[in-house]
Design a protein around this ligand. Structure first.
Ligand code: CUA
Length: 313
């Protein structure tokens, strides 16, 4: 197996070895008994007839209950790993990933961008929010024992905590066209000091993702309808992220990444209660990177006493 380099790797490997051990044990047991019985109970004379068997309640119960216990253990064990993978910790270093034929683009909230390389510090929880600009791709980092599909029009998440500095392969694990096999990259895990040095040395965009999002927000004239005081034609976006939103169809949704993305690309399906369906769709007008920047900007609009009545921007 590849070297373990994340907190999840030993847990996945332990389960994997357990499955191998169970499989090997029963394979050897069954094969061994088949061979042993074939000799022990072979026909020794021409007129020999076997003893009639009428079943055994105990035997039936045993070979039902023992496998049941084994699969329940496997279910419980793998569920616990699955839930740990599916639920990122509360405080993470966020990185946004856009897959496209045939490269990986990474955006850090501070505005830094990387292609086919992602620098992260060791021992820090990192959360990836991922989407695709074209077809389905799949992020696979064998050393972290992590793998997740990257889908167009949808955000998927993955989180990890690297345990060892090093350079780890990132593969695309979903056939995505001619150069699928060349869609590879590196996760570069660095010690804290080394990472700080990289941060200081690498060229940033000069603007954070939220700032870039704010600029887009103005350039696309979002700000003409979405003002801070709800008097605009659209609802205010301050304090929106993570809150509950009542829609005009009577349902209530959580303002998540997915909801915000959908509201921008398909506004008619998410009309907020009390507003008219007048927002145009921005599908195809904003790039995937741009959508993520808008998302970071909207996330940054926290309700505080100072901006609760002010105007965005
Ligand atoms: Cu992207 Cu295969």
């Amino acid at each position: 197996l590849p070297e373990q380099a994340s907190t999840m790797a030993p847990r996945v490997d332990a389960l994997y070895y357990f499955l191998i051990a169970i499989t090997a044990f029963f394979t050897l047991l069954v094969a061994g008994l088949v061979i042993y019985f074939a000799f022990k109970y072979r026909r020794k004379s021409k007129d020999e007839a076997g003893v009639a068997i009428h079943g055994s309640m105990w035997l039936e119960a045993a070979w039902t209950i023992i496998p049941l216990i084994i699969v329940l253990v496997i279910f419980g064990w793998s569920s616990s790993i699955f839930f740990s993978m599916a639920r990122p910790p509360a405080h993470t270093l966020d990185v946004y990933v856009v897959g496209k034929q045939w490269m990986w683009k990474f955006q850090h909230p501070d505005g830094r961008m990387e292609v086919n390389e992602l620098h992260v510090p060791v021992g820090v929880d990192v959360k990836l929010t991922m989407t695709s600009q074209d077809v389905i791709h799949d992020v696979y980092v064998p050393n972290f024992r992590l793998k997740a599909d990257v889908l167009p029009g949808k955000y998927t998440h993955m989180w990890f905590k690297a345990t060892k500095p090093g350079k780890y392969h990132l593969f695309c694990a979903e056939y995505c066209g001619t150069n699928h096999s060349g869609m590879v990259g590196w996760i570069i895990v660095q010690e804290r000091a080394e990472y700080e040095q990289w941060l200081a040395g690498s060229v940033g965009q000069g603007t954070t993702m939220a700032q870039a999002g704010e600029k887009l927000f103005k350039d696309l004239a979002c700000s003409s309808c979405h003002q801070a005081d709800t008097i605009g034609r659209g609802p205010t976006l301050i304090g929106l992220y993570g809150s509950k939103v009542a829609l005009d169809n009577g349902s209530t949704v959580m303002a998540s990444d997915a909801y915000l993305r959908d509201s921008i690309t398909n506004p008619r399906s998410n009309v907020v209660a009390g507003f008219q369906p007048v927002m145009p769709s921005f599908q195809g007008i904003v790039s995937e990177e741009g959508l993520l920047q808008l998302l970071e900007y909207i996330k940054s609009l926290k309700a505080t006493p100072s901006n609760a009545t002010g105007v965005i921007s």
